[in-house]
Unconditional design. Structure first.
Length: 283
């Protein structure tokens, strides 16, 4: 089973660290052809396809991204990123991409992809609203409904990984995830059914294993902060073969890792200790 991955394309005008005049669509087209060549079973777009400006302009660039990704000859899944809903609604995204934008489960044979789409709207200075209880309930029920190991996909990461060194989030961590991400992660861990959690948003490659779930974030297509002065031009491939996975990232910041692929409940971690250090306690 192979999933071709792309994240944070940010097609549109100059923004943040994007190279002036650089066209992300060239990489998007290369990615779609790559997905065809490797025989991917699914193309997964982790969101933030555009750099938002106005609703009218966003419709144009969103459609351009959709047209480029449509060169992939297999099924596609699109997530909503915060830039995708800054000026457009989820319904707008559905209409422009011809894809549903809600929570759903995609059957991939021995594996299932759980597409989890809580509210991605970001406001300043607040950040993101907590994931609503009905979304968490749906996620837990979707995981518990099937014995097969699950791959969860979200735009924002839920790993809780540190943001030290991140251009955007080292000094603004509340914008890197949901305020109740730890509670959502704990609810998922309690099911024992998840194997992998995929996300974008933070514009760098990370691997964080928590309670037996491998959390990956995929680098951005347009980002330059780790590859200055050039765009990272990133896209990825997740391969699952029996009880092993391989996660690869291509572009200017390549990486590859092989790890066990299994439901987190198949090999439980020992729960962390309660607080055990007392201030002013003698050694």
């Amino acid at each position: 089973m192979k999933i071709a991955l792309i994240a944070d394309i940010h097609h549109g005008p100059q923004s943040h660290n994007k190279v002036t005049g650089w066209d992300a669509l060239k990489v998007v087209r290369e990615f779609a052809e790559f997905a065809n060549e490797v025989g991917a079973d699914l193309l997964l777009d982790l969101g933030d396809r555009i750099s938002d400006t106005t609703a009218e302009a966003d419709r144009v660039v969103e459609r351009e991204v959709g047209d480029a990704l449509a060169a992939f000859r297999g099924p596609r899944v699109h997530l909503l990123g915060n830039h995708d809903v800054a000026k457009l609604t989820p319904a707008d995204n559905e209409q422009l991409l011809g894809q549903p934008m809600g929570n759903r489960v995609v059957d991939l044979g021995d594996v299932r992809l759980v597409v989890f789409q809580p509210d991605a709207l970001m406001t300043k200075p607040t950040g993101f609203a907590p994931v609503a209880a009905d979304h968490v309930r749906w996620l837990v029920e979707a995981l518990e409904a099937d014995e097969r190991p699950a791959i969860i996909a979200t735009h924002l990461p839920f790993s809780g990984h540190g943001q030290v060194g991140n251009y955007y989030f080292e000094n603004a961590q509340r914008f890197s995830t949901y305020p109740n991400s730890a509670e959502v992660r704990a609810a998922v861990e309690a099911t024992g059914r998840a194997a992998v959690w995929l996300a974008g948003h933070v514009h760098w490659n990370t691997i964080t294993t928590v309670q037996g779930i491998h959390h990956f974030t995929l680098h951005s297509v347009s980002e330059t902060f780790t590859t200055t002065p050039h765009p990272a031009a990133a896209y990825g491939l997740l391969k699952v073969n029996g009880n092993e996975l391989e996660f690869s990232v291509f572009g200017r910041e390549p990486m590859m890792v092989r790890l066990p692929f299994r439901r987190s409940g198949d090999q439980r971690w020992i729960a962390p200790l309660a607080p055990w250090w007392v201030p002013n306690e003698t050694a």
